[in-house]
Design a protein around this ligand. Structure first.
Ligand code: NAD
Length: 260
């Protein structure tokens, strides 16, 4: 149970992050939602968490490419709920292009949102976790933290980076009962995956069906997408006492992709 705990999930207005936030709320945690989207839809997701699970939910519109906004979001969470016990660095974007055509500003943006934001959030959240002697940090990495695919240079670099950051933080925090792990999903059916299909069609000159069969699920031996609820269930487990000795791990949930 996560009663009395507060969990902040970056990029939780959609997809995997929203599923993790809802799963934590179901365990009794107060929640800080973050991410972009239509204000009325975000407010609906926030109030649904409060009414369905009887917890409190705060929304922060902090931009994960802006260090000052990340620090302010963590401080707001601590002020509102008294502590920040669980941090999930999950916000992420994708861009698909050959390196020689990859726009420099896209590279910078992906490194900022998919990698540096986790550093900035940890920088702000760790002192409180250390002081209270308990914490859980979970980074949504990816199968692309372990293996590469062509045309995803910034994403693969950022995800390999987050795997290294996770190990470093785990070693620093091991004496403080704060665990730090990554979850590395294969292809999960979310707006992020759906949105990259047109660019992959263009980059590889394929139809939508070919991209799904020959590019996305080609790598995944089970030939099924991971679900957001499966990822959320692993995040809940990593917060449990049973998982207190799991730290510095990069746990794949990828239908066998990275076993190949
Ligand atoms: P999604 O597009 O559904 O959600 C991304 C979330 O990040 C949204 O809430 C969005 O508003 C938020 N976001 C984007 N830019 C932001 C910014 N600058 N500041 C704050 N929030 C921002 O995607 P998803 O598939 O749920 O992805 C979540 C994480 O899971 C990402 O880190 C992604 O790389 C990772 N992941 C996804 C898959 C997959 O197949 N979907 C696989 C492996 C890893």
């Amino acid at each position: 149970t996560l009663k009395t705990r507060t969990a902040l999930v970056t990029g939780s207005t959609s997809g995997i992050g929203l599923a993790i936030a809802r799963a934590f709320a179901a365990e009794g945690a107060n929640i800080v939602l973050n991410g972009f989207g239509k204000p009325e839809e975000i407010e609906q997701a926030r109030t649904a968490i409060e009414s369905e699970f009887g917890v409190r939910a705060l929304y922060s519109g902090a931009d994960m490419s802006k260090p000052a906004e990340i620090g302010a979001m963590v401080r707001d969470a601590q002020e509102c709920f008294g502590s920040l016990d669980v941090l999930v660095n999950n916000a992420g974007i994708q861009f698909v292009s050959p390196i020689e055509e990859f726009p420099t500003e896209k590279w910078e943006q992906i490194i900022a949102i998919n990698l540096s934001s986790a550093f900035h959030a940890m920088h702000a959240a760790i002192p409180g976790m250390k002081a209270r002697g308990w914490g859980r940090i979970i980074n949504t990495a990816s199968a692309h933290s372990l293996v590469a695919s062509p045309f995803k240079s910034a994403y693969v670099a950022a995800k390999h980076g987050i795997a290294g950051l996770t190990k470093t933080a785990a070693l620093e925090l091991a004496p403080h009962k704060v665990t730090v792990n990554c979850i590395s999903p294969g292809y999960v059916w979310t707006p992020l995956v759906e949105a990259q299909i047109p660019d992959t069609m263009k980059a590889r000159n394929l139809t939508k069906e070919q991209v799904i069969e020959e590019v996305l699920l080609k790598a995944q031996p089970t030939k099924e997408f991971v679900t957001v609820d499966q990822v959320a269930a692993l995040a809940v487990f990593l917060c449990s006492d049973a998982a207190s000795q799991i730290t510095g791990a990069n746990i794949p949930m990828d239908g066998g992709w990275t076993a190949q």
